[in-house]
Design a protein around this ligand. Sequence first.
Ligand code: C2E
Ligand code: MG
Ligand code: MG
Length: 542
Amino acid sequence: MLVTDGNGTILRVNPAFSRTTGFGLDELSPKSWRHLLDTTYTDRETLREVLRARKGNQYWRGELWCRRKDQASFPALVSLSTYHDPLISEARYIIVFSDISHYKQAQAKLAFLSKHDPLTGLSNRDQFRFVLSHRLDTGNPSNLWIYCIGLDRFKSINSSLGDDAGDQILQQVGKRLLTLVGVEHLARLGNDEFAVLTEALEDAEEQASHFAMQLQSILAEPYEIDGRPLFLTAGVGVAHYPDDGAQADDLLQAAQAAMAQAKQSGRQGLKFFSAELTQEARSHIDMIGHLRGARERGEFTLFYQPRLADGSDQLAVEALIRWQSPELGWVSPGEFIPLAEDTGLIGDIGRWVLHEACRQGAYWNDHSLPVRISINLSVEQLRHADIVDDVCQALEASALPPELLELEITETMMAADPEAIITLLRALKNLGVSLAVDDFGTGYSSMNYLKRFPLDYLKIDRSFIEGIPADPDDCAIIRAIVALAQGLKVRTVAEGVETPDQLAYLRALGVDEIQGFLIARPAPADDTETFLRSREPQAHSN
Ligand code: C2E
Ligand code: MG
Ligand code: MG
């Protein structure tokens, strides 16, 4: 606060004034209070208003830019009022001001946040839409490409590695994309989705797909999370102006629909928008609709695929879920399990699989066919549901001996919070069930932790079996996995064995169990029973 005489000459200041501005009274008196104003930032009209108010002895309140002793400017909320001192019968002006630079910074931050994504600092969806609309309205473009980029299986990475790691990945993705495209043409739409806008001189789809592949390859470089490398891929959907829409919203939707399709088609997918795509995206939504309540309506069944072990009487099968929808027909688990995971339906479906498999196993066991049944656990089940309780209950309800139950988890699940997973797996092991790592070789495992996981089986992924015995790389990988498993004293299972050559090669290497179409396809319980009884007629006839 400061007090001036009728001419505006400073007479008194309070300690808070000195603290804020750095000026003492001796440095200012007998200067005019206007000495404190920064006229470069305060606009002229405001200044005139203040002076008019002062002359007319009127109250004034507003924002002015002031200057500190070190010449730094700061915004201030100022009020001027007149005060008549009865003792000296002269007017005094009282000027009260407060430094509002913090508030201004907060305001600027809010303005920034309304247009940007706080995690990556990139534009958000609204801002991207605005830029795109503006480009369409005023730029009169002949040709624009909109790319929508989504990370493959990001959800499960987030679930298994934790939200912090997920955040780090998204930030790294943002930085990488910035090396290919200007900041104004890039946005994070939400979750793991990013959007890019480019303009091509000619209507060249080839150019656009080349650029999309560049986006994918820069995102496929390894990421470093807590000192460990992590590999990720991205699906890209592309929409074109003017073919796929005239408005920003339509174009964005088209690019997103194309991306959803790209991600459906496998890893590192790339799709251009087409009218059929909308149809497919719609069918995706339909599928979710039909999936809800499918369990209650009894539309799921379990098929069983035998696993054969050399020189052992132990019979084993893998339970694989099948969905027969009255509207859609047979839908493969590869299609609906990811949807069930996305929508949270997996908890209920997973519990059903567990109970049904245990019930069937107990039935076989009671009918002198002791078969070990393995079931697939989803990462979401490990994370959210109380899986130990669920397994306990399923074992109790069915009275299946625990040694006849096996749980399959994937490598990515183990990379999560390894210590926590070790504790969880030990608790499961304590129930007496066995544990297998599914699709081994496709994710990434820390060898250090692998030896601490209480594992019984490594299931070598089908993609490595395909190439043997001709492909030397696949052969080398399989030899390495078998050697690793033997070192860890873990048994091996080869998945997807289709030819006698593959079988011979795997047996020679010492792979413990074989699963694949060569032995038997997944089949309903009855057929599987017939198969199993015919394999071991002497030991398991009823
Ligand atoms: P997975 O656990 O790796 O299962 C093996 C898949 O390979 C099965 O596909 C099986 O039918 C197929 N397969 C087996 N032998 C051969 C072969 O010789 N050649 C070829 N080409 N394929 C073979 P399916 O039944 O379509 O299941 C796909 C995936 O869906 C499974 O992969 C598993 O990850 C998941 N899944 C299946 N049932 C369940 C379930 O009950 N719960 C959960 N969470 N996931 C499940
Ligand atoms: Mg499996
Ligand atoms: Mg597998």
